[in-house]
Design a protein around this ligand. Sequence first.
Ligand code: ZN
Length: 81
Amino acid sequence: MIPLSPRALLLVLLFAPLAAIALAAAWYYARRVLAQRTAGGAEANFYRCRACGHVYLDYGAPAPRACGKCGFVNESIRGLS
Ligand SMILES: [Zn+2]
């Protein structure tokens, strides 16, 4: 066993839970940032309407999507990942 002075033991008992809480908080926020960046795992597709010029995003597989303003169906310009 490692010999500890009462003062060192107090410091360990005080800072070990704080370090565990800090690590858990860092892990939680890292997961949250990753989830926001991937938007639930779906890749964002970028569309610009050829009829009215409206710009919009959609998630999932790249496929023709209707414009939200005029209903014209457009192809994805490029994926944003
Ligand atoms: Zn449009």
